[in-house]
Ligand binder design. Structure first.
Ligand code: PMV
Length: 314
């Protein structure tokens, strides 16, 4: 067998995080600057199925055995692939994982690693999973990290397309006729998504009259943003980003550092900025053009961002 490689990108949520958990639309795009790749190679007879993590500090090797190991997302992914394909004897394979997506940083590392692993394994077994099955499988694994995720991460990462996502609705992609540029600032620390999602849930249960309209407005913003993007006017997204950020702040998922980074980016020339993903740490994005990108990047670095990069969307 020739080695088989499968790759999955990271993701960025442009608009609608948190409100998407409560039924509102959200927009997300693949982040192709960051990727997870899994290569499947045949090994000696009866050696079984192993997952190798050569980039980890101790060069970890995980053995896959039959069952449901929900303690380990990678082993669980492989077990779900075997179960889905009805394979009961362990194949003699090694799956080698390399990823440039930082862990637990809000770039969809968990979903990307699962998607690449499931694709490489199913292809090596001669039964590549179709997108729909792969998406369901990665969602199952996502539940380990996130509790009750909306499904936006796995969907954008599996289909590798810009996604207009409404929970429980069929997949809808959108087009980006005019690409645009975002500076991404990573804070270097993050709050687990299930915690921020839980906080917002408590908030809406306590104060539905105040919080539901906030979700509603975030949903409208996502729709307006989609129209601007699809009609080739992405340069007008800035005010929508600012407003979405302010609403996320009302949902208590921003923090002083995210607010400050967004302000710094705007002062340096970005036309809008918002947190992206779960919030309370994690990442922010700022809308720039080729001229303003370097100054915004530099300003975020000066302000103390752990990692800053510019990415083209579309
Ligand atoms: O923390 P991230 O980047 O995986 O984003 C989570 C997005 C939320 O809307 C907050 C949760 C979800 O499941 O959609």
């Amino acid at each position: 067998m020739k080695p088989i490689a499968a790759t999955a990108p990271g993701k960025l949520i442009l608009f609608g995080e948190h409100a998407v958990v409560h039924g509102q639309p959200a927009l997300a795009v693949p982040l192709t600057a960051l990727t997870a790749t899994v290569t499947a190679e045949a090994t000696l007879l009866n050696s079984g199925l192993h997952i190798l993590l050569p980039d980890s500090r101790h060069h970890h090797t995980l053995r896959v055995y039959p069952g449901n190991d929900t303690e380990n997302a990678l082993v669980y992914t492989a077990q779900l692939v075997l179960k889905t394909l009805g394979i009961t004897t362990m194949p003699d394979l090694k799956l080698i994982l390399h990823s440039t997506i930082p862990l637990a940083a809000g770039f969809g590392s968990g979903a990307a690693v699962s998607a690449a692993l499931a694709q490489a394994l199913s292809q090596a077994l001669g039964h590549p999973l179709d997108y729909e099955t792969l998406n369901e499988l990665v969602y199952e694994v996502e539940k380990i990290h996130h509790g009750t995720p909306s499904g936006i991460d796995n969907t954008v990462i599996v289909y590798q397309k810009p996604v207009y996502f409404v929970r429980g609705k069929p997949l809808e992609t959108f087009t980006i006729p005019r690409p645009f540029w975002l500076v991404v600032g990573n804070l270097g620390h993050a709050t687990p998504t299930h915690i921020t999602v839980g906080t917002v849930r408590e908030l809406v249960e306590r104060e539905p009259q105040r919080i539901q309209p906030i979700f509603g407005r975030i949903g409208e913003i996502a729709n307006q943003a989609r129209t601007l993007i699809e009609t080739g006017q992405p340069d007008l997204l800035g005010p929508l980003m600012d407003e979405n950020h302010a609403l996320l702040r009302e949902l208590t998922v921003s923090d002083d550092e995210l607010d400050q980074f967004c302000a710094v980016a705007r002062q340096a020339g970005a036309t809008g900025a918002k947190l992206t993903g779960g919030g309370r740490g994690g990442n922010m994005i700022a809308l720039v053009d080729e001229k303003t990108a370097p100054a915004v990047q530099e300003a975020l670095k000066q302000a103390g961002a752990a990692k800053v990069f510019t990415t083209q969307v579309g």
